[in-house]
Design a protein around this ligand. Structure first.
Ligand SMILES: [Zn+2]
Length: 95
């Protein structure tokens, strides 16, 4: 199929969602094609989600077992297996 643009004999692009789209050359010139408008947006959205998830994971990693000399309840909530190792069961109950 040929490009739907006038005086253009490029090859039309058939999109599952948007149907017949102008050829690549016309799309480069024309920023109003839905394809060019939506693709980068959804890409960066997916990317920021991934970054957010990585940040959450990192936040857990930097929780320290001790904070200003006292056992950190947040740390032992995440790592209950460490309570015995640090021997802080009594201290955590006090906190
Ligand atoms: Zn064209």
């Amino acid at each position: 199929m040929l490009c739907p643009r006038r005086r253009c004999d490029g090859k039309a692009i058939i999109d599952k969602v948007y149907g017949v789209l102008p050829c690549e050359e016309c799309q480069k010139k024309d920023s109003f094609t839905p394809k060019l408008k939506t693709r980068p947006e959804s890409y960066s959205l997916a990317k920021s989600h991934r970054v957010q998830r990585a940040r959450d994971r990192h936040a857990k990693d930097i929780v320290q077992p001790y904070m200003s000399g006292k056992p950190n309840p947040d740390y032992f909530k995440i790592h209950p297996d460490q309570i015995k190792k640090y021997g802080v069961k009594k201290e955590l109950k006090k906190a």
